[in-house]
Design a protein around this ligand. Structure first.
Ligand SMILES: Nc1nc2c(ncn2[C@@H]2O[C@H](COP(=O)(O)OP(=O)(O)OP(=O)(O)O)[C@@H](O)[C@H]2O)c(=O)[nH]1
Length: 399
């Protein structure tokens, strides 16, 4: 009996030991899995929010305040289109007097040269010849020179004039007679009769003479005199000429009618007159192409421009632009242009750059047409209505 009890006790102890070992082994196996689950739980929440997450107190991302929110860069508002500044051209009255100093080269050669010779003690044949040469050098032309010398010589002889003041007065009178104080130098920008249409001015001349510049400056002269102007860029051969003209126009608020590059100049001229008429403009100024006059086709084209424009009414003024520095060459050009269109007025440009102011006389004689405007510089208002008295006074340095 005692042995049975002992066996039972040993058996119980052994059983108990075995079961204890099994439980402890299980616990050791479970530990790493639990650790990794716990680690998972502390990791950042998945990007995808899950239902109920907020209620469970999902980890809070740092909240941004309104001030901290970067607004998308607002697009900068486009700057308002620049309104071209409309200039106020200088008044035209007295421009030649204002610009008289620009004639200094002609003054020195022609005016002062003549006065010096005339104040010599003996006005002999040789001196009169020198006087003649001075006039010829200044491009006055042969016939006008002979006329002037003859008259002056006769008056000096008859009057016995000798004082410098008296000689200056005589010379002034004779030069003025040559220039022609009584010629009508009005630039005709008004239509005649009851027709309601703008005055039409055609500007012609060889390229490089200052034609486009002169058209632009003339627009300013007209605007200064209170007229509204439309410009026609009929020099379609040179795109830059149309741009140049448009720039001049914009400065004084004058619109420029242009055509396609290398388009038909006559059609641009026609359109300019039509648009000028439609909008009730006072004057339409048409800048034409001026290829070398030897190119017959282009000269014919000028005739066509005039004919086409005349379908809407007569052209009121045809201004020939001549570069005063080209001397005799300018006279040749004048002759050729006069054969194609009836020139009604001459614009002599670049008189500031020459000592040959006598060209005014020569070109008027050549064409039988008055110089109406003179260019005395590159400035916008350096185009002056031609006034014979102011011109002669500038030459001889008088009052
Ligand atoms: N010094 C001086 N320069 C002038 C005068 N008139 C025009 N010019 C200059 O002469 C140059 C030629 O002028 P443009 O008007 O381009 O000549 P254009 O005859 O129209 O020639 P295209 O445009 O080629 O047909 C320019 O540099 C003008 O500034 C003037 O009276 N005096």
């Amino acid at each position: 009996m005692e042995i049975v009890i002992l066996v039972v006790v040993i058996a119980l102890v052994v059983l108990g030991a075995i079961s204890g070992l099994v439980v402890s082994g299980r616990k050791k196996k479970a530990a790493p899995a639990e650790k990794s689950a716990a680690a998972q739980a502390t990791k950042a929440p998945s990007a995808e929010p899950h239902v109920g997450e907020e209620a469970e107190g999902a980890p809070e991302a740092p909240r941004r305040t309104i001030e901290e929110v970067d607004l998308p860069a607002a697009e900068a508002p486009a700057p308002p289109a620049p309104t071209p500044e409309i200039e106020t051209p200088e008044p035209t009255a007295g421009r030649l007097v204002r610009l008289r100093s620009r004639l200094s080269r002609s003054q020195n050669t022609l005016g002062k040269g003549l006065l010096t010779l005339l104040s010599r003690e003996h006005l002999d044949d040789a001196t009169w010849e020198e006087i003649e040469d001075t006039l010829l050098t200044a491009d006055v032309g042969v016939t006008p020179t002979q006329e002037l010398v003859e008259r002056l010589r006769e008056r000096v002889r008859v009057l016995g004039t000798r004082t410098p003041e008296e000689l200056r007065t005589l010379l002034r009178e004779e030069l003025l007679t040559l220039v022609g104080p009584d010629l009508d130098r009005t630039v005709h920008t008004e239509t005649h009769g009851a027709v309601e249409r703008p005055g039409v001015v055609l500007v012609v001349g060889v390229n490089g003479t200052g034609k486009t510049t002169t058209t632009g400056k003339l627009a300013r002269v007209l605007v200064a005199d209170g007229k509204s102007v439309v410009l026609g860029a009929a020099d379609t051969f040179r795109a830059a000429a149309a741009d140049q003209l448009q720039t001049w126009g914009r400065r004084v608020g004058a619109r420029t009618v242009r055509g396609p590059e290398a388009g038909d100049p006559a059609s641009v001229a026609f359109d300019a007159v039509k648009e000028g008429t439609d909008e009730g403009a006072d004057v339409v100024l048409i800048d034409t192409a001026g290829r070398l006059h030897t190119k017959t086709g282009l000269m014919d084209e000028l005739g066509k421009v005039k004919r086409v424009v005349e379908k809407q009414g007569p052209v009121d003024e045809v201004l020939l632009v001549l570069d005063a520095t080209t001397g005799q060459n300018g006279l040749v050009q004048a002759r050729v242009f006069a054969e194609v269109v009836d020139i009604t007025g001459i614009v002599l440009t670049k008189l500031d750059g020459t000592a040959k102011g006598g060209i005014v006389v020569a070109v008027q004689r050549e064409l039988g047409v008055p110089v109406k405007l003179v260019g005395l510089g590159e400035g916008a208002d350096d185009l002056a209505p031609f006034e014979p008295e102011a011109f002669v006074d500038a030459l001889i340095g008088g009052a």
